[in-house]
Design a protein around this ligand. Structure first.
Ligand SMILES: O=C[C@H](O)[C@H](O)COP(=O)(O)O
Ligand SMILES: C=C(OP(=O)(O)O)C(=O)O
Length: 356
């Protein structure tokens, strides 16, 4: 590493001494250290099937992926999960709640990359601990009965976590990547491909077509040996509209255009609206407005709309990443809605759907 990189700072904090190579556990080692308790794999398989049923139109509930923009404090994430797990049965006749447990963050340029990369939030990059905390937290949340969602960014990380995942995002910055399409083609979870940060939806449609195909690609077996990975193809993927370049794409003309584009590409016309990101013009409080518009479209008969995404934490807003000075339950990446607002929005969405 060059001297300039070694002395670079992350959020103003000087980086600790540089270690060129540090060993990590293999996926097999971590999975053996933190195995799924009896019955959990079957429960997760059932949750994946429930989402497939929504995508295939056998279940008319709305899929809602909701939770923090990123996890930086496992304890706060678990407290959030307990609240969500209590709410889920109150709305389950109309909404299938899936918790966002995002342990990797794609950055526009540079910044903190998530719990799996840097659990100490100081640039020290203790990824062995990051992986362990991520898997432990996901297992704890899954044991509460909640289905889990995450974005898979580093393909190598997937085997450490994918037995716990019900829904996976391929993000706006990676939907066009062949590696991520190959990854999606072999995942047991349902996968949502986001439109590009430019707003282009064609890359997500191409990704859905590519992921539906079987692939042979470079991979690692659970013990970390390089292998040729063969995938069967994933028929259960969908588009996620997240807006682009600061402009929303959730309104009826966008949704109709996206549905037609899916149909023309021979893909099942199913899509989710991400109420945050460019759809909220990066103003977290606008998520409620987006959600109400999407519900109105669905109640007006737009059957392609099968899901919503909401960024929400225990407390509203966001805070700068300043270790030692962090406020509990507040996002350190994108601003989130607070719990009370989230709960209110979900209860009223369920009620609106009941009355339809
Ligand atoms: O969802 C989170 C962010 O929008 C995404 O990770 C990009 O963040 P950045 O633009 O702050 O790097
Ligand atoms: C990074 C995210 O979204 P996008 O890929 O749409 O920017 C996210 O949902 O955390």
């Amino acid at each position: 590493m060059t001297a300039s990189l070694a002395t670079a700072t992350l959020n103003g904090t000087a980086r600790p001494a540089h270690h060129p190579v540090r060993a990590l556990p293999t996926a097999g080692e971590l999975r053996r250290a933190l195995p799924l308790p009896p019955g959990l794999a079957e429960r997760i398989a059932g949750q994946r099937q429930a989402i497939r049923d929504i995508l295939d139109g056998r279940d008319d509930r709305l899929l809602v992926v909701v939770g923090p923009c990123s996890i930086h404090d496992p304890e706060a994430a678990l407290a959030y999960a307990r609240r969500l797990a209590e709410l889920a049965p109150r709305v389950e006749d109309r909404l299938l709640l899936v918790m966002r447990v995002y342990v990797e963050k794609p950055r526009t340029t540079v910044g903190w990359k998530g719990l799996a990369y840097d659990p100490d939030l100081d640039g020290s990059g203790d990824m062995a601990t990051g992986l362990e905390l991520s898997r432990r937290l996901m297992r704890d949340i899954a044991e509460l009965g909640l289905p889990l969602a995450t974005e898979l960014l580093q393909p190598m990380l997937a085997p450490y976590l994918d037995d716990l995942l019900t829904w996976v995002a391929i993000g706006a910055r990676t939907t066009e990547s062949q590696l991520h399409r190959e990854l999606a083609s072999g995942l047991p979870a349902v996968v949502g491909f986001k439109n590009a940060t430019s707003g282009d939806i064609q890359v997500a449609l191409d990704a859905m077509s590519a992921a539906a195909h079987p692939h042979r690609h470079f991979g690692l077996d659970p013990e970390g040996r390089p292998v040729v990975q063969e995938t069967a193809g994933n028929a259960h993927t969908h588009l996620v509209l997240r807006g682009g370049h600061g402009e929303p794409n959730y309104q009826a003309p966008h949704v109709t255009a996206a549905r037609r584009a899916l149909e023309q590409a021979g893909l099942t016309p199913r899509l989710m609206v991400d109420c945050s990101h460019a759809n909220a013009r990066k103003e977290h409080r606008r998520q409620g407005e987006v959600m109400r518009d999407v519900l109105a479209q669905r109640l007006a008969g737009e059957s392609a709309l099968c899901g919503l995404m909401i960024e929400s934490h225990l407390h509203e807003g966001k805070q700068p990443l300043a270790p030692g000075k962090l406020r509990y339950g507040v996002s350190v990446t994108d601003a989130c809605l607070g719990w009370e607002t989230t709960e209110q929005l979900l209860l009223s969405a369920a009620e609106r759907l009941r009355q339809s």
